[in-house]
Every structure is written in structure tokens, then in C-alpha cells.
Ligand binder design. Structure first.
Ligand SMILES: C[S@@+](CC[C@H](N)C(=O)[O-])C[C@H]1O[C@@H](n2cnc3c(N)ncnc32)[C@H](O)[C@@H]1O
Length: 259
């Protein structure tokens, strides 16, 4: 007879402020007895701590947390997708072991995903991979959270798109290859710095780092005026906390291109 499925909840917790948690997320957390807390390596202990604090504040049943080490991703060079694919394989093995060893059949566990699971997060892809190849019959649900993109727009009181136009969401790595074609507005995440430095367009920027935390910093203005300020602020924030996460909206100024 087939075993009873394990239930996994993939819960978006918002991108920094515990008050971003939705009522649906809190209800879901109270269905789980085990929370898997990733350790993302040097300088990212704060992120694990936020997850622990969220559990302590919102879970009203007995539960335990299970920390686990995230495998490191090898430096990708040009073979970015291959490196990510290998990394997902390694993650699937870690998740498979965790779920087998730490969650009973019929039990309910949760991954607390930063922001929303739909954006630059691999949890769903890894669980799908486990269901396809890992011999684990998981039943998983996704509970949406407030992304860094939404938090940025709210803090700057800015709409992401201009009227009737497209908005692109991309990474610093992709932005460094050029401003996305069709959209006049682009939201950029995961920028180590090269993306913003590469922009040649005359554009406005709405930038935020560590949004929703006590160390939030926001800068807005014409890119040519504020680029230096952003670079300096980002370096200072990283130096102070050991990590920095920034997101920004760039919008081409009408009728202009080139520096
Ligand atoms: C791996 S992605 C995860 C995105 C997340 N799933 C979301 O929905 O926001 C990490 C990137 O999200 C952005 N980010 C996450 N939290 C942020 C915050 N509090 N402030 C600014 N940017 C943030 C940064 O661009 C960072 O490099």
C-alpha cells in the first residue's frame, strides 16, 4: 500500500518586515509542525534569524525548526544556466534528505520563502524535481507573499508601469547585457553592481536596499544625478551589516537614449 503523502507548505513571508506576512501565511504556518530554515552562509545569519522570529511571533502550536546548510553554487562564468541546474540537483538532494528524515509521512512541514516564491526563488522547481525523480510523493501548496518589488513600489509610492506599457523584471546580470527591449520600465533584482553601472540610457531610478528592515535605505532621482550616491550607500550598508539586498525600478526618460 502506498504511504501517506507528506505535506509541504511553501510560504511567502514578505521581503524583510515581519508585518508583511498575510493572514493566509499565518494560518498556513499554524498547520506546520516543522520549519526548514536555510543557512545561506557568511553574513546571511540575519535572514535565518528573521525566519526564527516570525515562527516565534506567529505560530501558536508546538513546532520545531530544522536548520540546514544550503549547498554553495559554483561560480558560473558563461555557463550560468548549467551552474544553476547543478545547484538545483544538489539542493534537491538536500531537500530530499531533509524531508525523509525530518518529516513523517502524513506530517506537515514548511519552507518560509523570502518575499514571494514566484520570483527568483527555486523552492517550487526543487520540489517538482523531487516529485519527478526523488521518489518522494509530496503534496505541496504555495502561499503568496509580498515581494521586494511590491515593497519597493510601496515605499517610493511609484507605479511599476507607465499607462498601458509593459514592465520587465530582470537581474543585474541581464541588465548588463542591455536595457530590455520593449519595456520602458524595468525592475532589477540580484544586482552585484555591474547591472546598474552598465546603464547608458537617460533614466529615472527608484532604488531601495534592505527594504522593510530597520536598515532600509531609499534613493530616487535621475540616474545620472544619484548613481554615485546609490553606489556609496550600497557599499556602506554592506560594510555595516555584512550583506545588502537591493532592488530598483529604472524608467527611461521619454524621447532620449544614450548617456
Ligand atoms: C533570490 S532573490 C529573492 C526575491 C524574493 N523571492 C522576492 O519575492 O522578493 C533576492 C533578491 O531580492 C531582492 N530583495 C529581497 N529582499 C529585499 C529587500 N528587503 N530590499 C531590497 N531588495 C530585496 C534583491 O534584489 C535580492 O538580490
Amino acid at each position: 500500500m502506498a504511504g501517506v503523502k507528506r505535506k509541504v507548505l511553501v510560504i511567502g513571508i514578505g521581503a524583510g518586515d515581519p508585518d508583511y506576512l498575510t493572514v493566509q501565511a499565518i494560518d498556513a504556518m499554524n498547520r506546520a509542525s516543522v520549519f526548514f530554515i536555510p543557512d545561506k552562509g557568511a553574513g546571511k545569519g540575519d535572514l535565518a534569524r528573521v525566519r526564527e522570529e516570525i515562527c516565534a511571533r506567529f505560530v501558536r502550536r508546538s513546532y520545531r525548526t530544522v536548520p540546514f546548510a544550503m549547498p554553495a553554487r559554483r561560480a558560473a562564468g558563461d555557463a550560468y544556466e548549467a551552474a544553476v541546474c547543478d545547484w538545483h540537483d544538489a539542493m534537491a538532494q538536500v531537500y530530499g534528505r531533509l524531508l525523509r528524515e525530518e518529516l513523517d509521512e502524513g506530517g506537515c512541514g514548511a519552507f518560509l520563502v523570502w518575499g514571494d516564491p514566484s520570483l527568483y526563488d527555486s523552492t517550487m522547481r526543487i520540489l517538482d524535481r523531487l516529485n519527478e525523480t526523488g521518489g518522494l510523493d509530496l503534496d505541496y501548496e504555495v502561499i503568496p507573499g509580498i515581494t521586494a518589488v511590491q515593497a519597493l513600489a510601496a515605499r517610493h509610492r511609484v507605479a511599476l508601469n507607465t499607462i498601458g506599457q509593459a514592465v520587465a523584471i530582470t537581474t543585474g546580470r541581464r541588465l548588463a547585457e542591455g536595457f530590455p527591449g520593449e519595456a520602458d520600465s524595468v525592475v532589477v533584482m540580484l544586482d552585484a553592481g555591474d547591472g546598474l553601472r552598465s546603464v547608458q540610457e537617460d533614466a529615472d531610478i527608484w532604488w531601495g536596499a534592505n527594504i522593510g528592515t530597520a536598515d532600509e535605505v531609499l534613493v530616487a532621482g535621475r540616474l545620472s544625478d544619484v548613481a554615485g550616491d546609490i553606489e556609496r550607500t550600497k557599499a556602506e550598508t554592506r560594510a555595516k551589516h555584512g550583506w545588502v539586498m537591493d532592488t530598483y525600478l529604472l524608467r527611461r526618460r521619454p524621447g532620449r537614449s544614450g548617456g
